[in-house]
Design a protein around this ligand. Structure first.
Ligand SMILES: Nc1nc2c(ncn2[C@@H]2O[C@H](COP(=O)(O)OP(=O)(O)OP(=O)(O)O)[C@@H](O)[C@H]2O)c(=O)[nH]1
Ligand SMILES: [Mg+2]
Length: 660
């Protein structure tokens, strides 16, 4: 059976929770808008076959044009969707219905999953879902996805639609009708569209002429995609614009505000169709929602939200959260340092014992003596650091604190001329910088995306890097304050510089989600899921680098690099061999300090080299994403900047750092 279901809805409504319930796909769920930035695909298996389910990024409307929202919109245009499951947040019904009404215009059968019914109830809303079904003329299932309630009903609806698609009404029956004036214009455009695109040629979902007409009037984000499918539409628009401009076509009263009109504001048009849609969404909400007076004391959630959202209490609370986060990391590190060697003792002892059975100086002996260090360090320092960062991130993501931190940081961010929303990509970057770069898709424009991605690529250290830098500091007594100080200074300078060059927008537009008590299972599950990267990527890379470098050293190959010593020591105060570790960052930044760990270093040299590594070239995965999202030229510019920064950092530190 070939049947595709797309979960479409506004941000943070619970699409990914429903995706996971339906398919077990493991889509990331977090309590902030913009969690999903790419499409996740999964499958529902049943006796009558297999259904493909697509989870999409949240989109407020079909006009929204941040990159991640375009991703969602393109699914409807290109992916051959057979059924839309429109997930709506019952608590914000009116705003959610705006998108619902737009989706109803597409020629795709649809059901409405009215989610977060518990939150709506808590806010004193009673929703008459039968009345809503009648108004929208589509099936409506009330749900509390986080508890799995309503899932069975939704599954039944999906299987029924897959079995007999004709049972679901398609767009042609959309209840949305505009005022007579607008309908007249739509009718006129519809006539022209039908002439240039005959019905039988319809090859995609937006084909029905009415939907196309409305799209053309609203000039939304899908236009370019539409024009590439139907070049004739672009000519139609040009023709109309020309007629309006030369006054051959009367614009006042009907077209005013639509984008054919020279008076229209292209960037954020308030169009009559949009206004009417908003009003209709409000009218439907008023008709189906009854508000009852809440009895009893104010809930703990509401009290907590009030405290957090008031700056005089919110800032100290968030500062306390930050303090607790640092403490948690230190506690976990201390705990690991005490217990990991004890647990790994038998393994390490066994490997060390093996070395004795080989001839001294043989390759096997060299490799085996390198293994214990390669095993211990990742487990002792890198793993606990990564685990604590992932736990903290999961707690911030699921509780609703992350966007509140973004708001708190907005002042500082706007001083740096970067948007407050970028806090979320930055925080994600402390976990791994690759998802951080992807999360920039939620930013308002390409310029700010590039600024934030540059900062992610160069000064932001990922969890694994933080872990191994801590390891270097402990091994050689390097000064962590200097290393983090250098990172902070470069972050501030670079932010000012890039933001100024690109004139990025600094306005913060972000929806603040409700505070939720994170479930221990979800937090542990998410942290564990991310920890997989430690075992699958970090551990092997660290072990291979560690062992590889030791082998290169013991065989004397690396000593060739000591020819670089006069230059590297003169300029940066480090040996040629340490300088090589900086170049290794391009493979994986966290692999680079592993090179250092195998060299005989003093505290000063280790501090300088670790600082240079922390501010060096982005690793291959991050580079790939930057090239994919912004092109090779941007990547080349970032490489150039990174190279300049890492070398100047070494140079300046060598000048100012006293002997240690
Ligand atoms: N109280 C309550 N919380 C819910 C419900 N459904 C989802 N959530 C929570 O809502 C938050 C958002 O869920 P997601 O599934 O990530 O939302 P999304 O629609 O995929 O969000 P984006 O990917 O950002 O568009 C999470 O914290 C969920 O635990 C519900 O029915 N009731
Ligand atoms: Mg999601």
């Amino acid at each position: 059976m070939q049947f595709t279901v797309a979960l479409v809805g506004q941000p943070n409504v619970g699409k990914s929770v429903i995706m996971n319930l339906l398919t077990g796909a493991g889509a990331v769920v977090s309590n902030y808008p913009g969690t999903t930035v790419e499409i996740t695909q999964g499958y529902m298996e049943g006796p009558s076959g297999r259904i493909t389910v697509i989870d999409t990024p949240g989109t407020y409307s079909l006009h929204s044009d941040t990159e991640e929202q375009r991703v969602a919109q393109r699914v409807l245009l290109e992916a051959g969707v057979d059924l839309i499951v429109n997930v709506a947040d019952a608590r914000n019904l009116s705003r959610n219905l705006y998108l619902t009404l737009q989706l109803l215009d597409l020629d795709i059968p649809m059901v409405l999953a009215l989610n977060q019914m518990d939150m709506a109830r808590e806010a004193g809303m009673i929703i008459d879902t039968t009345a809503l079904e009648e108004k929208l003329q589509i099936p409506v299932t009330p749900m509390i996805a986080s508890k799995g309630e309503g899932l069975e009903e939704l599954e039944k609806l999906i299987w029924k639609a897959a079995g007999s698609p004709e049972t679901l009404p398609a767009r042609a029956t959309s209840p949305m009708r505009f005022s007579p004036e607008i309908e007249r214009v739509i009718g006129m455009l519809q006539g022209q569209i039908e002439q240039i695109i005959p019905e039988e040629e319809g090859k995609h979902r937006l084909h029905p002429s009415r939907a196309l007409a409305i799209h053309l009037m609203e000039h939304d984000a899908l236009d370019e995609d539409l024009f590439s499918i139907y070049p004739e539409l672009a000519h139609l628009v040009e023709d109309l614009q020309e007629k309006v401009a030369s006054k051959r076509f009367q614009c006042a009263g009907c077209f005013r505000g639509c984008w054919f009109c020279p008076a229209a504001d292209d960037s954020h048009p308030v169009l009559p169709t949009c206004l009417e849609r908003t009003r209709q969404a409000q009218a439907i909400t008023t008709a189906v929602v009854r508000r009852c007076r809440l009895e009893g004391p104010v809930s703990t959630r509401v009290r907590l939200e009030r405290l957090l959202d008031n700056p005089s209490t919110g800032i100290p609370i968030l500062a306390l959260v930050a303090y607790l986060a640092v403490r948690l990391t230190l506690e976990i590190l201390e705990f690991a340092e005490e217990f990991v060697p004890v647990i790994l003792e038998p393994v390490v002892g066994f490997i060390a014992g093996l070395a004795g059975s080989f001839r001294q100086g043989s390759l096997a002996e060299i490799i085996i003596t390198a293994i214990p260090e390669g095993v211990l360090l990742p487990f002792e320092v890198v793993m606990p650091t990564m685990l604590s960062i992932y736990l903290i991130m999961a707690l911030l993501e699921d509780s609703g604190l992350m966007p509140r931190i973004a708001v708190m940081m907005d002042r500082i961010m706007s001083f740096l001329k970067i948007p407050g929303q970028s806090i979320i990509p930055f925080l994600l970057g402390f976990g791994c910088r690759a998802p951080g770069v992807l999360a920039t898709r939620t930013l308002p424009n390409r310029e700010s995306r590039i600024v934030v991605s540059t900062l992610l690529a160069i000064p932001i250290p990922c969890a694994a890097t933080l872990g191994i830098i801590t390891g270097v500091a402990r091994a050689f007594g390097a000064d962590l304050r200097v290393i983090y100080g250098a990172i902070a200074v470069v972050f501030l300078l670079l932010a000012r510089l890039v933001a100024r060059c690109l004139q990025a927008d600094s306005e913060l537009v972000m929806e603040i989600p409700p505070v939720r008590l994170p479930s221990a299972r979800a937090v542990a599950g998410k942290a564990w899921m991310r920890m997989e990267s430690f075992f699958k990527q970090v551990l092997p890379v660290l072990m291979i680098t560690g062992i590889g470098v030791r082998v290169l050293l013991n065989t004397g190959i690396l000593s060739v690099l000591s020819r670089l010593d006069p230059i590297s020591t003169g300029l940066f105060g480090i040996t040629g061999q340490s300088l090589v570790s900086v170049a290794v960052t391009v493979v994986q930044r966290y692999a680079a300090p592993m090179v250092l760990l195998n060299l005989p270093l003093g505290a000063r040299e280790a501090t300088i080299a670790a600082s240079m590594i922390s501010l060096s070239l982005p690793c291959i995965p991050v580079s790939y994403l930057i090239a994919r999202e912004f092109g090779w030229k941007t990547l080349a510019a970032i490489y150039g900047l990174a190279l300049g920064i890492t070398l100047s950092t070494g140079f300046v530190l060598n000048l100012i750092l006293p002997a240690m």
